[in-house]
Write a new protein. Structure first.
Length: 346
């Protein structure tokens, strides 16, 4: 099961109570106050974890509580801090506060932490209430309650490029061919039911590009047809969209209409997706009908650059891989070089 949206109810630990106690020893029957403070309650923390790839853990365990801080003890012993509740989330997780709808955190790196709810402070022991006028206070502080909240967690995968296409266009075949991911491929629609993230390894360039294969889109996806727009959020972080067209028209559709429909569905989900750079790959070029269709397509979309490929014969695949790297490199934020490095000193 792949879960990319879920709600959690969290509660940080309460602070421990302060202690009222007095020093009592042999020959010291009226010693001063020595009650320790209560410990702080455990926080509820989101932590990025590279090994997680979906939010399934939180679907089955939606309640997370930080531990209560221990109460203070006599002999000036402070209570132990409560252990935090750590929610290990996949990279790309966004947390929304359900009450306000605000984004409270975005976890993008391994081990990145964000405190969702703070544990309550521990109460003071009676030692802290000692003053010049009250040498033996019995007063202690109660621990503060821990914060609570309901948060929606949403996973928006981190990938450089996202595949967009109708079912059966060959998205998963391409993913199998050029990345380390092995999604299932089959001649029926909706073989891929959830996003699959793969890495394209460019060993000769010492580089790698992350690609997301997402379930196919069909006309009317905005109205919930097929798998609808459910998985389009995984395209939001992509630098480049790779549109895969079944140029052979195997499912008796016209690739020209497919292209138009795909762009329309992207726009209906979020017009910002159309601002992302796109690359169009015409797949199944090994079939005769594809050659004819490609001519027609090129005529209608004269300005669109198309890379003809075949996942079966691997024609055009090296060119596509190169083009992907070239475009992704362009989109990466440039590293600022120090003036010394520029001058070649270091
Ligand atoms: N002839 C030919 N068939 C191909 C080519 N690429 C993929 N196919 C076939 O097309 C069918 C669908 O391929 P998939 O890779 O599963 O398509 P998909 O786009 O991932 O489909 P969904 O997961 O359902 O959205 C499979 O039977 C593949 O063998 C190609 O270049 N040429
Ligand atoms: Mg697929």
């Amino acid at each position: 099961m792949f879960i990319d949206e879920t709600t959690v109810k969290v509660r940080a630990g309460d602070g421990g109570r302060g202690c009222a106690s007095f020093r009592r020893e042999k020959y010291e029957p009226w010693g001063g106050p020595n009650g320790g403070d209560g410990g702080k309650g455990g926080d509820v923390v989101l932590r990025g974890d590279d090994d997680q790839n979906n939010l399934i853990d939180f679907k089955f365990k939606p309640h997370w509580n930080g531990e209560r801080g221990e109460h203070g003890l006599g002999k000036d012993c402070n209570g132990r801090e409560g252990r935090p509740a750590i929610l290990r989330v996949p990279l790309g997780t966004v947390a929304y506060n359900v009450a306000t709808g605000e984004v409270v955190a975005e976890i993008l790196e391994d081990h990145q932490e964000f405190v969702l709810c703070k544990g309550g402070k521990g109460g003071f022991g009676n030692t802290k209430f000692k003053s010049s006028v009250n040498r033996s206070p019995r007063k202690t502080g109660p621990g503060e309650p821990g914060e609570t909240g309901i948060y929606r967690l949403e996973l928006k995968s981190i990938a450089d490029i996202g595949l967009v296409g109708f079912p059966n266009a060959g998205k998963s075949s391409l993913t199998n061919l050029i990345t380390n991911a092995r999604p299932k491929t089959a001649p029926y629609p909706f073989t891929t039911l959830h996003p699959q993230i793969g890495i394209i390894d460019y060993a000769e360039d010492y580089d790698r590009v992350i690609m997301a294969d997402i379930p196919g889109l069909i006309a009317g996806a905005s109205d919930g047809k097929g798998l609808g727009h459910r998985f389009l959020k995984h395209l939001e972080r992509c630098k480049l969209l790779l549109i895969i067209l079944d140029m052979a028209g195997t499912d008796t559709r016209d690739p020209r209409d497919d292209y138009k429909q795909l762009l329309k569905e992207l726009e209906l989900y979020d017009p910002a997706l159309l601002d992302k750079p796109r690359l169009v790959a015409a797949n199944k070029m090994d079939e005769d009908s594809a050659v004819v269709n490609l001519k027609k397509f090129a005529k209608r979309y004269a300005k669109v650059e198309i890379i003809p490929i075949s996942c079966l014969t691997e024609v055009g695949i090296p060119k596509l891989k190169k083009e992907i790297l070239k475009r992704v490199k362009k989109m990466r934020p440039k590293e600022k070089k120090s003036p010394k490095a520029k001058a070649g000193v270091v």
